[in-house]
Design a binder for this molecule. Structure first.
Ligand code: FMN
Length: 391
């Protein structure tokens, strides 16, 4: 059974958390609670002590604490799962910015595994760019966000911000993890092909799609590794191999391919690279500068012979014309199990955007359309379909 640490911050949804504690207790888990000072104005520490059978922690300097133990370090080490519920806008901001001015915030800085954040607040507070930015930072570090529902709020308004009911939270946190035990290798971002020590050829890929796949795969229980080229998204919470050129990416994929069940190749690999990278900066001169390009290795083609019967490989086709025809040709040529085709000529989806719209083509000739939606939703569909193809 697991050690469950629940961090309670000062929102109206505090009153639901004793029920959440009871659900974990009923399952046989050991539950401990840290309350912020503001949370303890909504529900007393005594309530949590009664339902958990453990001391409820409020501050590192509280009387009666064992002087031999440093609470934020002890609790972070103790917890198998750390759930921040409700997570106020204030506590979310502190966690995102690394502020450690109370026991809950300090413990979050010591905790090294992904934590669950359950934001609950007024709709305007939730939608505020500062809150959205802080939540994005937490997600990009690998934490798991459990989004609030829409509906009537305690503050009398209506909109997004209401915390899910304890039963649903419990089910989401304890629930089935369909990728548990699987190893997912994700390539993400753009490759960088040097012209000289200061210039390079690259592309507009932000790495957001690859990171969305990595985040979702971890949320669904998989062990995830990222091979990242140039990437603007933060993948620091993941086991990551950093590469620059297509050649480097090929070598890293070859090195890691043997130990994965599912390969999702979301990186945008340059098709061409300068024949030679100049050792010194190329000086400006009159007239044109001609850079001769050589074809880069086609990673998916090169690794096709290494593919084990038990593995599933998924490619991406970012095209600006003849999308479906090109995607199906790639699927067949590269002996993929599935390919995700998206139209990069559209401004509202693709490179740099948080959304995508795509068609997924499968080796058996079938296909599936994904209507415009978040890259995270598309990532979930890709992973569930890929896992379904495993033999
Ligand atoms: C009645 C009441 C209800 C509140 N509900 C929320 C809430 O649901 N979500 C939230 O982010 N803040 C809420 N606040 C504001 C927080 O309590 C406030 O931002 C506080 O600084 C949070 O501190 P903490 O994160 O350390 O617990 C509420 C305040 C009051 C007085």
């Amino acid at each position: 059974m697991a050690n469950i640490l629940i961090g309670v911050s000062g929102g109206i949804a505090c009153y639901k958390i004793p029920s959440l504690c009871r659900l974990f207790k009923k399952e046989g888990h050991d539950v401990k609670v840290i309350l912020t000072d503001n949370a303890s104005k909504f529900v007393t520490p005594l309530t949590f002590e009664s339902v958990t059978g453990n001391r409820a922690y409020t501050g590192e300097f509280d009387p009666g604490l064992d002087p031999e133990i440093i609470e934020h370090i002890e609790l972070a080490g103790w917890a198998d799962k750390f759930i921040i519920a409700p997570a106020t806008a204030n506590t979310v901001a502190k966690a995102a910015q690394g502020i450690a001015d109370n026991l809950l915030a300090s413990t979050l800085l010591v905790y090294t595994k992904p934590a669950y954040f359950v934001p609950a607040m007024n709709t305007n507070m939730f939608n505020h760019p500062a809150t959205q930015n802080n939540l994005r930072i937490l997600a990009e570090r690998g934490n798991i966000l459990i989004e609030p529902d829409s509906g009537e709020l305690a503050c009398g308004t209506s909109g997004k911000g209401r915390m899910k009911e304890p039963e649903e939270l419990f089910r989401l946190i304890e629930g089935e993890r369909p990728l548990a035990g699987l190893r997912v290798l994700v390539t993400a971002g753009a490759t960088v092909e040097p012209i000289d020590p200061v210039r390079y050829i690259s592309n507009y890929s932000s790495g957001k799609m690859g990171l969305a796949v990595a985040l979702k795969a971890r949320e669904l229980g998989a062990e995830v590794k990222i091979i990242a080229g140039s990437i603007s998204a933060d993948c620091s919470g993941f086991d990551t191999v950093r590469v620059k050129s297509a050649e480097d990416m090929l070598n890293a994929v070859k090195e890691n391919i043997g130990s994965c069940d599912i390969l999702i190749k979301a990186a945008a690999v340059a098709d061409y690279a300068p024949v030679e990278a100049a050792l010194q900066k190329i000086k400006k001169s009159e007239g044109e500068l001609v850079i001769r390009l050589k074809k880069n290795p086609d990673i998916l083609k090169e690794i096709a012979p290494l593919k084990k019967h038990s593995q599933v490989f998924c490619g991406f086709a970012a095209e600006s014309e003849n999308l479906n025809k090109n995607a199906i040709r790639k699927l067949n040529e590269k002996k993929l199990d599935m390919i995700v085709a998206n139209d990069i000529s559209r401004k509202d989806i693709g490179f740099g955007s948080d959304d995508n719209e795509a068609d997924i083509f499968f080796a058996d000739g079938s296909s599936e359309h994904f209507d415009k939606g978040s890259k995270k939703k598309l990532a979930e569909l890709i992973l569930i379909r890929a896992a379904g193809l495993l033999k």
